[in-house]
Write a protein that binds this ligand. Structure first.
Ligand code: ADP
Ligand code: MG
Length: 471
């Protein structure tokens, strides 16, 4: 392949073809949207001594490509080209046939050209997140637990901005919310590649907004967020609990909603339980369609495992599918992880799939599924019995030493054994704040370090509660 190593800038020819191939292959890794937005206007400059230099239309694009895509592009290049090379990015004038404005050695000094790209490049600072190529409707198994959510998502992908706007999907961790949200994104893009589909999370929204304030780029932020056709916002419970962020979210939402753009939101809880919600936003959400995804029932769990095994190219006997589906009941992510672990064990040990192997693979997850099944009430009851403190007193205002200690133990075990947030735990104790719960937990941890008998007691209690999980 050495003859390819001395190619100069060209608009056609082998280097250009190589780059087209790289971009095409990169689509599956980076998503079509990223390639369209950022890489379509790039071109190869040279391939020399293990460095492929590419030209970007302006310095914003150059910085973004260097930061976000250079690594993946180098990997894809290696696959396509069969030889590894580093990617260097320079600013290149967009005029056809023009020389690169700077050599790779001094990219910092490259001036941004005045030429404007045909479609404005969205701000890299506020770019949406890429979609995972596996999260499609085809790969989504429909069962009783998610039938309604799936139907609503499919309708939105088919007819965005129409009857189900906004669509609000909620349900526990690992039940397929992100998968459905992204499937809508893939569906819409397949139908209309020009649609501006933006997938973000509550966390990204928050951090983008904070950046825009810090860098005085509010205008750019608004242009990026309000210029989308389809807005998919995942995990909106992670939008910061701050007035300015919530306000901005509300305004963005409103503007898109009022101009008939499709909005789909996902959260781990329904709107009425979201703290961030102002009444006016909550009313809007509740006037759209709310759909819940529940924990999948046994048949759906088995179907999901079968589908996943197929994707992995593995032939898993039905009795093992049943064995895994029966054990892991509450979280599809864990369900899949158990399957993958079993396949990995089989391949590492070079052995067949047996119930014994499945049992070994599942051992690590049994405890996990038990953790999910422990309820706050079960913990309160156990602590109340152990410390001989009536449950009303445990959750009431009494502050004597013994009651306080029992309360700390209960809060600590709730934090350890359930997936409840600190605020939710605080709620169970007559509306204590999340910082009070946090303080109680760290106080108990310190006390346990100094008092081994207390530590033993808490450990024993923990084992007993976890052992009774799901009863
Ligand atoms: P959530 O966003 O609700 O926490 P995810 O969408 O991330 O959950 O799902 C966790 C994993 O389980 C993903 O790998 C996803 O593909 C898979 N998954 C969840 N539900 C289904 C389903 N109904 N069919 C196929 N895979 C699913
Ligand atoms: Mg998710």
């Amino acid at each position: 392949m050495r003859h390819q190593l001395r190619l100069e800038i060209e608009e056609t020819g082998p280097l250009h073809e190589l780059w087209s191939e790289v971009l095409q292959a990169a689509e599956t890794r980076l998503g079509r949207e990223s390639v369209e937005s950022w890489l379509k206007d790039t071109g190869p400059v040279s391939l020399e001594e293990g460095v492929l230099t590419i030209g970007a239309p302006n310095s914003t694009a150059r910085t973004w490509i260097e930061k976000k895509y250079a690594g993946v592009l180098a990997e894809v290049l290696e696959q396509v080209h069969g030889e590894s090379a580093r990617i260097a990015v320079v600013v290149r004038s967009r005029k056809k046939g023009a020389e690169p404005s700077q050599a790779a050695a001094a990219p910092k000094a490259a001036p941004a050209p005045p030429a404007q790209p045909a479609r404005p490049v969205p701000s890299p600072l506020f770019a949406p997140l890429p979609l995972n190529e596996k999260y499609t409707f085809e790969n989504y198994v429909v069962g009783q637990s998610n039938r309604f959510a799936h139907a609503a998502a499919a309708a939105v992908a088919d007819r965005p901005g129409r009857e189900f706007n906004p669509l609000f999907i909620y349900g526990g961790v690992g039940l397929g919310k992100t998968h459905l949200l992204q499937a809508i994104g893939h569906g819409l893009r397949a139908k209309n590649p020009r649609a501006r589909v933006a997938y973000v999370s509550g966390e990204t929204f928050t951090s983008h907004f904070i950046t825009s304030l810090r860098e005085h780029r509010e205008e750019e932020f608004r242009r990026a967020y309000r210029g989308v056709d389809i807005w998919l916002v995942d995990d909106i419970q992670f939008i910061a609990d701050k007035t300015s962020t919530k306000e901005e979210f509300f305004h963005t939402f409103n503007e898109l909603y009022l101009t008939n753009r499709q909005i789909v939101l996902a959260s781990d809880r329904p709107p009425r339980e979201l703290r961030l919600m102002e009444d006016r936003l909550r009313t809007r959400l509740e006037s759209g369609l709310l759909v819940e995804i529940a924990a999948p029932e046994l048949e759906t769990r088995m179907a999901i495992l079968q589908k996943r095994a197929e994707l992995e190219g593995a032939d898993v006997p039905p009795e093992l599918v049943y064995q895994i589906a029966r054990t892991v009941t509450t979280n599809v992510r864990v369900l899949e992880a158990a399957l993958i672990r079993m396949l990995a064990l089989a391949s590492l040990n070079n052995c067949g799939l047996t119930p014994e192997l499945a049992g070994r693979a599942l051992a690590a997850f049994v405890q996990e599924s038990q953790i999910a099944a422990v309820s706050l009430l079960a913990i309160q009851r156990a602590v109340s019995e152990q410390f001989k403190v009536p449950e009303q007193e445990l959750t009431g205002p009494r502050r004597d030493r013994h009651t306080s200690l029992a309360r700390q133990v209960a809060m600590y075990l709730m934090r350890e054994l359930t997936r409840k947030s600190l605020s939710e735990i605080g709620e169970a104790f007559g509306g204590k704040s999340h910082s009070t719960v946090l303080y109680s937990c760290s106080k108990l941890e310190k006390e346990m370090q100094q008092d081994p008998s207390l530590q033993t007691l808490v450990r024993a209690l923990r084992t007993r509660i976890a052992g009774h999980a799901g009863e």
